[in-house]
Design a binder for this molecule. Structure first.
Ligand code: BGC
Length: 445
């Protein structure tokens, strides 16, 4: 059963790989796009961030689509969006075609970012849920690293078309996988299709497995989707607290600055004195590798230690390393600023990768009751992409206006805010079935 469920999670996590690859690929391609399309600074910013805007839109669409057509069909549609976007962006010969293709890819990114954890949380057995849902974050960090390496590989020839086209490969694999994989038993049960849910469970866990317990658990939340609209109207307690936690953590995940590092690491390194482009790219790849490595650690720990310890320790570490980074930029000129920057950025990314990175996506996949899960996740995910866009658009201006130390101190302050918020409001969900998590909100509301 274990191998089967891991194989399924690995296939669906291709959506996470696509999310990471397609957000990361632009940094390697941009230099060549600037030449090919004569981009001004403003236009470069738009080319970079249009996918983020598309992602906010895609996350919004994916919630209703996942409720209406099912998680599987929504993921299949997302894979086709990625394929279409990869083909058209790699063939783009006008700026408008490039922008619209990247917008389509962005819709795919936003949809995948919520559908993958949604699907994984609904097929995972309780004791493996943290780990399996976090495959999404792992695949995403690998996708980012892969995009850095592909960007590096094609840099000498300026092959930006290839950089975009290669994103089509995992998309074809995801589409193939989704044709074969079953719908989630929870979605089927919520539509009253109990015999299909049973067949789905059998397919997930393999023939001969005893699925009676899982069937009983599924039936503890009967008619979940039917209750969705009334839950929405009355703003039921079971939705309210998860929404507050989900949206706030979404904003904190971005406002503490992770993507200033992921998107602008070479620029930060160059300003810290690591001046040659190739060492800056190498340092960036090192950060990417730490991101992947520490996500493995999170996956190993999340169902053992639980979500809260990882989240709180990670946030604490992020705040400390951001303060060190700020201090480095403020006082480090006489010391070796390049090394201080590399060390504190590595610590910062490592702490994100063990806590707020995976735990945010996991919590939003498990906190909502079935009836409002897809919509709740879509709301939190849209907030995440909107915050991502705001941070990406303001980072360079803030650095200019306030200076580096103040900007990183600002992110440190927000990490402390996130720490206090999480310590007070985020519950432990380890070991609870999705159906039982619901009782956390009604009990203490
Ligand atoms: C965030 C992304 C970020 C990535 C970095 C994710 O959890 O949502 O915005 O780029 O982590 O690993």
């Amino acid at each position: 059963m274990k191998i089967r469920i891991y194989a399924i999670a690995g296939t669906v996590a291709l959506g996470g790989l696509l999310f990471g690859y397609n957000t990361g690929v632009i940094s390697g391609a941009l230099l060549f796009l600037q030449i090919a399309f004569h981009l001004s600074a403003l236009m470069s910013g738009i080319v970079t961030s249009i996918a983020l805007a598309g992602a906010a839109f895609g996350a919004m669409l994916a919630g209703p689509a996942a409720d209406r057509y099912g998680r599987r069909i929504a993921l299949l549609g997302t894979a086709f969006l990625f394929i279409a976007g990869a083909v058209s962006s790699s063939l783009a010969d006008t700026l408008w075609l490039l922008l619209s293709s990247r917008f389509v890819v962005g819709i795919g990114i936003g949809a995948a970012s919520m559908l993958v954890p949604l699907y994984l949380s609904e097929v995972a057995p309780t004791h493996l849920r943290g780990r399996l849902v976090s495959f999404n974050q792992l695949a995403m960090t690998m996708g980012i690293l892969l995009s850095n390496l592909v960007g590096y590989g094609f840099a000498a020839t300026g092959g930006w078309r290839w950089m975009f086209a290669l994103g089509g490969v995992p998309a074809v694999m995801l589409a193939g996988g989704m044709l074969y994989l079953p719908e989630t038993p929870r979605w089927l049960a919520s539509r009253g299709q109990l015999s299909q849910a049973k067949a789905g469970l059998q397919k997930l866990f393999g023939p001969g497995t005893d699925i009676a317990t899982q069937m009983t658990t599924l039936q503890e939340d009967p008619g979940g989707l039917a209750k969705a609209s009334s839950a929405k109207k009355s703003g039921a307690a079971a939705m309210r607290r998860p929404l507050i936690i989900g949206v706030t953590l979404a904003v904190f995940q971005q406002a503490t600055g992770i993507n200033t590092v992921i998107y602008f690491a070479p620029v930060i390194f160059q300003s810290a004195g690591i001046s040659s482009a190739s060492s800056a790219i190498l340092a960036t790849a090192a950060i990417g590798a730490i991101n992947v490595g520490m996500t493995f650690v999170a996956i190993w720990l999340v169902d053992r230690a639980g979500r809260r310890p990882l989240l709180l320790t990670g946030l604490f570490g992020m705040a400390i390393s951001l303060c060190l980074l700020a201090a480095g930029f403020a006082f480090g000129r006489s010391l070796n600023l390049g090394w201080i920057t590399l060390a504190s950025l590595s610590a910062y990314v490592g702490c994100f990768a063990i806590g707020l990175g995976p735990v945010f996506w996991l919590l939003i996949a498990e906190m909502f009751p079935l009836g409002g899960r897809a919509r709740g996740m879509a709301t939190a995910t849209t907030a995440n992409w909107a915050a991502n866009l705001v941070v990406a658009l303001t980072f360079l201006t803030l650095i200019n206006d306030l200076g580096r130390p103040a900007v990183f101190l600002l992110y440190a302050g927000l990490a402390i805010g996130a720490l206090i918020f999480s310590a007070i409001l985020v519950p432990e969900t380890k070991g609870l079935s999705l159906e039982n998590i619901k009782t956390l909100w009604t009990k203490s509301a």
